[in-house]
Design a protein around this ligand. Structure first.
Ligand SMILES: Cc1ncc(C[n+]2csc(CCOP(=O)(O)OP(=O)(O)O)c2C)c(N)n1
Ligand SMILES: [Mg+2]
Length: 550
């Protein structure tokens, strides 16, 4: 890219972000970042003001998952430190979020004064962010600032992780110096390693009777959804996804078997994955969520694991193989299989919905939502039982399900849906959120309303922290009861509905689907002890295990 000697550091950063696909920056201003805000509003990038900084980071995360990169700009100390949980979540979940923080000016810092928002030595904040980002820079030297910006943005793209950029406020408008651009490291595969891994994979495929694919979250973060589809369609192999990788392939694709999550999976998905004599695990991370709290029964001798940087087959390790290169090469070489995909799970029979005076349950709620979901919707789920319930939800396209499924931070859904809706204006967000999680960041619905967005929010209102109740019941799991349906009076314009029964839910959903001009919130009042099918499956499995070992 070309730049003139006269670009200021702030403007150069904005240009580089714009080129990387960032058209919006989320955040709350403060005096240490105001100069950058002024440049931002004069640039091609739009500012989206949020109610808090952590929600700005969740929104940037949702945006990044849809567009490859997201950004937020906040003030020093009070603003930046407010984002720590959300940025750590983006790190754990591999999302390229750029954190831009203002800071006291270099000249101001000279005599070590006690400036407001200071909480220790001036470099403490960068040290904190160093631990939760893959690259960081303090732009305190105009001679190298442009190259620092290139390096940090390049790292976010390469590693799909957050990065941190701090700008002392007196250097935002300082001219940078166009030092020659460095050649940034690229992700390239080792040819020998790749061809050896492929040869072993092909040999195993030849012998295999029931091969299949398990698709994971890294495929999504590396933007490899199309490559996966090519492989699936060319090979004729059936495919399941992990929960963190949910929607990496359209869940209505004929080859798709559902979510595999150990004992929490549907029977069909579990049977198919666990009986497979060759499981191609592509971009799968084996965390406790994706293994159904370690209830997965997978034999390492029957699997090929392709991660971002290596392929592992039994005890053979092939280093320096990029996931995308491996998937592409497989799609080119694998022989098509004659047997086409096995039967998809039969959907719940919902022909009797709504039944008069029948209280709402999570299972019927998911059954009804499965009928309502359309191809222009993006589902964003919070943690809690709504996330487990979402295992049985089938979304249409690729990347149309977003959640903090591994890091599992409460408060993700409403703000991440804000970022996703802005990143994908042709999509409408369907937000699944517990009553507890909504109370953390639900204020961000007012930002949806302010920017004319029309998400549909389904509050799974079970009077408290039911996921925690299942582990240990106590008064600490009770929370105050909110009239979610009336929040429009304060956060609006927004339409609210109470839905204790199937009939009231049906009417509310109809109105919400028809109202495309403002957010709709449906307060689904559930029994305190209701649970999703996945949660019930896990409980049954654990019970059976206990009784068989007794
Ligand atoms: C930020 C954060 N704090 C605490 C937790 C621990 N936690 C996990 S689930 C849960 C309860 C969630 O309640 P709610 O949103 O109402 O969903 P429910 O479990 O009732 O379905 C809690 C407190 C968490 N995951 N994230
Ligand atoms: Mg709850």
């Amino acid at each position: 890219m070309s730049t003139t000697r006269f670009d200021t550091i702030g403007n150069y950063l904005l240009k580089r972000l714009y080129e990387a696909g960032v058209k919006h920056i989320f955040g709350v201003p403060g005096d240490y970042i105001l100069g950058f805000y002024e440049q931002m509003v004069k640039s091609q990038i739009h500012h989206i003001g949020t109610t808090r900084e952590d929600t700005a980071a969740f929104a940037a995360d949702g945006y990044a998952r849809c567009r490859g990169m997201g950004a937020l700009a906040v003030t020093y100390g009070v603003g930046a430190l407010n984002t720590v949980n959300a940025v750590a979540g983006a790190y754990a979940e591999s999302s390229a979020v750029v954190v831009i923080s203002g800071a006291p000016g270099i000249t101001e810092q000279k005599d070590d004064p006690l400036l407001h928002h200071r909480f220790g030595p001036f470099n403490f904040q960068r040290e904190i962010f160093d631990r939760i980002t893959c690259a960081s820079a303090v732009l305190d030297d105009p001679v190298i600032a442009f190259r620092q910006i290139d390096r940090v943005i390049g790292a976010a793209q390469r590693f799909c992780k957050p990065v941190y950029i701090e700008i002392p406020r007196d250097l935002v408008r300082a001219e940078g110096y166009p030092m020659p651009a460095e050649i940034l490291e690229q992700n390239v595969s080792d040819e020998t390693s790749l061809s050896e891994a492929l040869a072993e994979t092909m040999a195993m495929m030849e012998k295999s009777v029931s091969p299949m694919i398990l698709a994971g979250v890294e495929l999504h973060r590396r933007g490899l959804q199309e490559r996966l589809v090519e492989l699936v369609e060319h090979s004729g192999l059936p495919v399941a996804a992990t929960l963190t990788g949910k929607s990496v392939i359209a869940e209505r694709h004929s080859a798709y078997l559902g979510i595999y999550e150990g004992a929490m999976s549907s029977e069909n998905a579990r049977y198919m994955v666990e009986q497979s004599d060759l499981l191609l695990m592509l971009g799968v991370t084996l965390n406790d969520v994706d293994t159904g709290i370690y209830t997965a029964r997978l034999d390492p001798h029957h699997m090929i694991r392709a991660a971002q940087n290596e392929v592992v087959i039994s005890s053979h390790r092939y280093p320096h193989i990029m996931l995308g290169d491996f998937v592409k090469a497989l799609a080119e070489r694998v022989k098509p299989r004659p047997e086409v995909f096995s039967a998809v799970e039969t959907a719940q029979d919902m022909s009797d919905f709504p039944k008069t005076n029948r209280p709402m349950t999570i299972t019927r709620l998911i059954g009804r939502l499965n009928l309502a979901i359309s191809s222009d919707m993006i589902v964003v789920s919070d943690v809690g039982d709504c996330l487990f319930a979402a295992i049985d939800l089938r979304v249409h396209g690729q990347t149309e399900f977003l959640a903090s499924a591994f890091y599992t931070t409460m408060g993700f859904a409403v703000p991440a849906a804000l970022g996703a809706s802005i990143a994908r204006p042709d999509h409408r967000a369907l937000i699944l959120v517990g009553d507890g999680a909504f109370q953390m960041t639900g204020t961000e619905l007012s930002t949806h309303a302010r920017f004319g967005l029309a998400p549909i929010v389904i509050v799974f209102n079970n009077a408290g922290y039911s996921t925690e109740r299942a582990i240990l019941e106590g008064p600490f799991n009770d929370i105050s009861s909110w009239r979610f349906d009336r929040l429009g009076e304060v956060f609006g314009p927004m339409e609210g509905h109470q839905a204790p029964t199937e009939e009231t839910f049906e009417a509310a959903l109809g109105k919400a689907l028809a109202n495309r001009t403002m957010p709709s919130i449906i307060n689904v009042q559930l029994a305190k002890d209701d649970a999703s099918l996945a949660m019930k499956r896990l409980a049954e499995h654990l019970k059976a295990k206990v009784s068989s070992s007794a």
